[in-house]
Design a protein around this ligand. Structure first.
Ligand code: BV8
Ligand code: ZN
Length: 250
């Protein structure tokens, strides 16, 4: 453990309530491409405006729904990594001590839930949920690839992935619960996020302005690195197990 990790762990042990925000970085060690990683990130291959906006879906529902279904099927082959598992263990440990813990994610892969995390706030929806554009019917899709694109609802309506696209509002309850959680906590962790997409990144700003302890785990600088309490450089699947082990003693 680096001394920075030791100091972050020491204060985490003393914290009464914790909130965590995660991004695509925490799932990269599970084999899910991030968005902004230079060569391997999705945005290195695709233009977000062509795939992750309501306009794109309207323009080409076949291409957009096929792309999201490919991502859904890729995630189906992936498993939580030690970073996801460490956060699930930290939640169990803190809750057993009567402390509060809230996990907020930008990720749409539900690997946190697969690792055992409970009450996860999904700011940007999920790849597993598909919704009819006509009757609004939502279903969880855990099966094989749809095969025909765009998928159709029994009512004949087009079905879209249950994710939040750029230019779309986040689920009101989710962002409200996230802001409330950050307001009530005395320790905040920002894990594997480039911290550039809003309003999610605004939660980091909120924690810094509330002057709580902020731990950032990221392999490079983010727009907030100079203002957090501890900016730990590293991969979440290696750093988080060390810090959580120091806190839980096992
Ligand atoms: C909205 C779901 C109201 C879909 C996603 C204020 C200022 C500027 C712009 C805006 C603003 N407010 C609103 C905007 C516009 C926009 C926005 O933020 N644009 C950005 C690009 C500037 N926001 C919106 O449109 C939001 N809606 O505001 O509605 C409104 C409406 C109209 C007009 C104005 C406002 C909706 C945003 C949500 C979009 N949907 N995802 C899908 O998945 O396809 S966002 C998507 O991208 C992810 O969910 C995530 O949020 C974001 C990617 O960020 P990260 O998760 O951080 O991932 P990234 O790849 O960037 O970074 C990961 C990094 O991890 C890597 O780069 C690498 O360095 C690191 N890493 C790699 N391995 C590891 C690691 N780290 C740790 N460990 C490792 N092992
Ligand atoms: Zn329908």
């Amino acid at each position: 453990m680096t001394s920075l990790e030791e100091r972050a762990a020491e204060r985490l042990r003393l914290a009464r309530s914790v909130a965590v925000l995660t991004g695509a970085g925490i799932s990269s060690e599970s084999g899910i491409p991030t968005f902004r990683d230079a060569m391997t990130g999705l945005w290195a291959q695709y233009n977000p405006a062509d795939l992750a906006t309501p306009e794109a879906f309207h323009r080409d529902p076949e291409r957009v729904s096929r792309w999201y279904d490919e991502r859904r099927c890729n995630v189906a082959r992936c498993r939580p990594n030690p970073g996801h598992i460490a956060l699930a263990r930290l939640q169990k440990f803190l809750v057993k001590q009567g402390k509060a813990f809230t996990l907020i994610t930008q990720n749409v892969d539900r690997l946190h839930q697969a690792a055992g995390s409970e009450g996860v706030i999904e700011l940007h929806g999920s790849l597993w949920v598909w919704r009819c554009m006509t009757c609004g019917k939502e279903t969880e899709e855990r099966g094989a690839a749809f095969g025909a694109y765009p998928p159709r609802c029994a009512c004949g309506g087009l079905r879209r992935p249950g994710v939040v696209w750029f230019g779309e509002n986040l689920p009101t309850k989710a962002i409200a619960a996230a802001e409330q959680a950050v307001a009530d906590r005395d320790y905040f962790m920002s894990i594997g996020t480039s911290s550039e997409v809003y309003p999610a990144a605004g939660l980091i700003e909120q924690a810094i302005r509330a002057d709580v302890d902020v731990l950032e785990v990221y392999p490079a600088d983010t727009p907030f690195s100079g203002r957090v309490t501890w900016a730990v450089r590293g991969r979440s699947g290696e750093v988080l197990p060390r810090i959580v082990a120091a806190v839980t003693g096992s």
